[in-house]
Design a protein around this ligand. Sequence first.
Ligand SMILES: Cc1ncc(COP(=O)(O)O)c(C=O)c1O
Ligand SMILES: [Zn+2]
Length: 416
Amino acid sequence: MSYLLRLECRECRRAYEPAPLAACEECWAPLEAVYDYGRLWADLRRQDIASRPATMWRYKELLPLDEEPWVGKATGFTPLLPAPRLAKALGVRGELYVKNDAVNHPTLSFKDRVVAVALSKAREFGFETVGCSSTGNLANAVAAQAAAGGFAAYIFVPADLENEKLVGTEIFGATLVRVNGNYDQVNRLCAEVAQKYAWGMVNVNLRSYYSEGSKTVGYEVAEQLGWRLPQNIVIPMAGGSLITKVAKAFEELRTLGWVEPVATKFFGAQATGCSPITTAAKRGTTEIDPQKPNTIARSLAIGNPADGYHAVKTILGSGGAGEDATDGEIVEGIRLLAETEGIFTETAGGVTVAVARKLLRAGKINPNQSIVLVITGNGLKTIAAVSGCFEEAVPVQPKLAEFEERYLPVGATAGA
Ligand SMILES: Cc1ncc(COP(=O)(O)O)c(C=O)c1O
Ligand SMILES: [Zn+2]
């Protein structure tokens, strides 16, 4: 089934046979999956895709598995929704869409996609124990899919994560390791564990497979637009992998001749309290200065992003831009999407909406063009971020008169 040729170092181009490797042995740069596009072009038509089940596996030839997926069989193919009321609120006159991974299966974030690939690959490599370091959503996805796939799981997270994300990991029977430290310290510990034990660490020695799962966001957006690329796309960034992989997906679709060669502008979104990638993008440099995160967008709180350099290159090379949002703006973004389109996203989605608003106001996104906002996680996982917005409603007695007195303006008439 696989069209994967090799893993290749993004910097020195050294080639590796597919294996569980963390990085290039020469220069420590990330390894990229390389496919046989000539054979893919000859074997596969985009019409073949249409009749397949509505999951991310409809693009399985473009993913690095040798066998059928072991987990996450129902993951992906989330809705791409026109967002006319949000468009009006933002002053968008062209097409505006929301790619809604807040309803991804099974744990309500785009991380279900990357984990479906990583743990299926872990099974092919013969790992019995898997794990990850995580800012929350990856923890949930690994724990759930490890349970469904029969793996033991060790999940390393910063101790101060949202309660929803802690419980949403432990419920699946995974061993949750809360670490006193920020994500970058958690990640270092996890990498040491991965070196010492023969475990499949999703974002360490399985990273080059895991990250390929993010490409399916890009394939789906194109297919759901009728095999068209959007002119603009706004994507939240933590490690910076998702944005680079959506760009890779669009490039592959152009290579296969499945879409018109439209050049999409990539806009990267971060929180002001953790903005190493957008800070570099604003300066016009690929040099990333690591930061100490301090933001309510904990899922995006990676101060030293592994794919930061490539994320900036993707943004600047596309003619897009990076922008960040304060905690207050993030909450406004969450509320705006909820009140206009009925979609409750977590803080990362609030970052996307808030950054889109700022970029439109600044004239950096053209409001007459097609725009996709990538919503990557579910609001029920970060309830505390918005619960302070509402006064606790004082209960009424179950009496019509009391309801009318409390909730209806004086003089309101029946049937109005
Ligand atoms: C909800 C959500 N959105 C976006 C991201 C960013 O993904 P990446 O690390 O690939 O940049 C994450 C990462 O944890 C996330 O949890
Ligand atoms: Zn190298």
